[in-house]
Ligand binder design. Structure first.
Ligand SMILES: [Zn+2]
Length: 321
């Protein structure tokens, strides 16, 4: 008998299923299964280790493996696309939909793996991601800005959204008036939900954080007046107008922090401390009652990687001068 999917699949509205990929910790990394007229499309896949969960979610939704038309990667970072190749092996009719700048990395993942080893180290990459599987070139469909994909009669519109990564697009689902945002619209962990709703933070992880481009990408999405944002980290969020304003304000504070810390002797330490303080202050105002050490433990990886990504951005600024 198939194990119950209740612990990791949640049915949302408009045929959208939220799958907890199990990467890192519960409710950290999501994959989405969209079901339309008996056909399926996945948005982001987690890693190789997530694939059994995605296939179980498909079965629980009453679909066969041949019923999946598309596997969509918002961008090619491994927590979003590491499982794409392995998943595609199980889905005979599926095509991979990817940003043109990311396609070659999912066809031949060697450069992607080398990049991840540079950020996370060999051991962590082997443990978290395993061996990433390449996708046959003839199964790959690249997008362009404003392209609309016909998914069983449901329009999915692709918007080029640089700022977190240059190989990032977001997907506008007209039906639910929501965007699948990957990492462009930041991170929002359910542990920080309060009576005021969700809290979120922009992600500035290595190596292509570009604040101006990120601001424009987010503004462009907000202009659609979305009712929902489907975040990979983690889950669907409403109150998009409020969260959008919070995002843009936080991004401005992060940029200011970067300029303040740029000349510090221990720049990385100054960025880490600055981000930690920013998050703690915001969460306090948000009515979060978790103790500080618990907040910092939940955000430990984000603080480290966001500080690294800001460092790379500041180096790029300095060398452009
Ligand atoms: Zn990413």
């Amino acid at each position: 008998m198939m194990p119950s999917t209740d612990s990791f699949v949640q049915s949302h509205t408009h045929g959208i299923h939220v799958i907890d990929t199990g990467f890192q910790r519960p409710r950290f990394d999501a994959s989405y299964l969209i079901v339309e007229r008996g056909r399926g499309a996945f948005v982001d896949t987690g890693t190789n280790h997530s694939v059994p969960r995605l296939l179980a979610a498909l079965e629980a939704a009453g679909l066969q493996r041949a019923d999946v038309d598309f596997v969509i990667a918002t961008h090619v970072h491994l927590d979003h696309a590491g499982g794409v190749g392995l998943l595609m092996q199980a889905l005979p009719a599926a095509r991979l939909v990817v940003h043109p700048r990311g396609a070659r990395h999912l066809i031949d993942p060697s450069q992607l793996m080398a990049g991840a080893r540079g950020v996370y180290g060999d051991e962590e990459v082997a443990r978290s991601y395993g061996e990433v599987v390449g996708v046959d070139e003839d199964r790959v469909l690249t997008t362009n800005d404003e392209m609309t994909l016909d998914f069983a009669g449901r329009a999915l519109r692709f918007i080029d959204t640089p700022g977190h990564a240059r190989h990032h697009h977001c997907i506008w689902d007209e039906r639910s008036r929501g965007f699948f945002t990957g990492d462009t619209f930041g991170l929002s962990y359910r542990e920080f939900d309060t009576g005021r709703g969700a809290w979120m933070l922009p992600t500035t992880t290595p190596v292509q954080f570009e604040p101006e481009a990120l601001r424009e990408s987010v503004r462009r999405m907000l202009a659609f007046d979305p009712q929902q944002m489907y975040l990979t980290h983690y889950g669907p969020v409403g109150s998009v107008e409020r969260l959008g304003a919070q995002f843009l304000e936080s991004l401005a504070e992060i940029v200011a922090l970067g300029h303040r810390a740029a000349g510090a002797a221990d720049r990385h330490g100054a960025l880490r401390r600055g981000l930690s303080e920013l998050y703690l202050q915001q969460l306090q105002r948000h009515g979060c009652t978790l103790p500080d050490d618990e907040v910092l433990a939940l955000l430990a990886m984000d603080i480290e990687l966001n500080a690294q990504g800001m460092g790379i951005w500041l180096d790029r600024l300095a060398s452009a001068r």
